[in-house]
Design a protein around this ligand. Sequence first.
Ligand code: NIG
Ligand code: FE
Length: 394
Amino acid sequence: MPRTTPTTLITNITSLVTNDPAQGDGTPLGLLTDAAVVLDGETIAWVGPAAKAPSADETYDAQGRAAIPGFVDSHSHLVFAGDRTQEFNARMSGRAYSAGGIRTTVAATRAATDAELEANLTHYLAEALRQGTTTFETKSGYGLNTEDESRALRIAARHTDEVTFLGAHIVSPDYAEDPAAYVDLVTGEMLEACAPHARWVDVFCEKGAFDGDQARAILTAGKAKGLHPRIHANQLSYGPGVQLAVELDAASADHCTHLTDADVDALAQGNTVATLLPGAEFSTRAEWPDARRLLDAGATVALSTDCNPGSSFTSSVPFCIALAVRDMGMTPDEAIWSATAGGAQALRRDDIGRIAPGARADLAFLDAPSHVHLAYRPGVPLISEVWRKGARVA
Ligand code: NIG
Ligand code: FE
């Protein structure tokens, strides 16, 4: 077969996070200094010390910057319309966060045209890409009827393979008097219409949203339609979400802010990743999830944005890394691993989240000599260049 794309040798990377423990210093981060990477089309072909780099058709000089795998944001809610500035203002004046604010976004989302929803989604995707995110998951959950949930998923699926059906975000306002009938709708007609457009099924398992039995019914129905579960679990209070996630082999239990010792043990023993979303605690002024406790117990931790107009209106993974290091007991190395390889595990993907032969060529270059600067220099736009599938995209 004649070669259709030239190979590219990227040299002069002063410090490279590979997430390949076989590389470099033998830590999970697989850190290489004075590194080079060879890209072959959309894929990484070679990684190692610059001194040993093979030749390639083209050469690109990274000019002494650090590089990391593109971020894998495994939890966002980007198909929505409107904003909730007033609600945020009220919270910052002392009002508590309540999931009821979701209704405001449901009304705005239902009223929006497809074109408006897609323009909003692409706006936040471009924002995330500029900040180093090369893979993102996103959900429905602001439609809460069959038509608006399925259109949200159709729009999302044009932009990512990681699409999640969250018809069970809260009980639809149309069913306020009959939550059981809403669960029937979600597990019946709505699931039927939504499953072809999604990979995942999610439930907000929380007081005021869905209890453990309802969540089990919804996730089990989703599984029967070929969707794989993930759960909004233990965000606002203690509850059954984490245990249910492990029981159902969910890829991820998301939030994990209120955990008993039994919850931590279950996550440490099971295959379910604990996805922590510190943007939500930041903008709801809630207590931080305890990443240190989870890591010390042996659980796998991912870090993501939860970008949504209510509880966490940030698309910035670097911001979440800085919060996790400052307030959740993570080291910079752990936080960067969690935002890349951890996110990939939360999506059960092994082609992303690492810079190793065979992985997708997704890299972020930092205007800094080391990945540690992402936490050390919070709020500074250090992502200077982003490559996705072997092409420079930002
Ligand atoms: O992940 N917890 C539930 N859902 C979102 C919040 C959505 C909203 O407030 O609009 C979350 O934090
Ligand atoms: Fe969320």
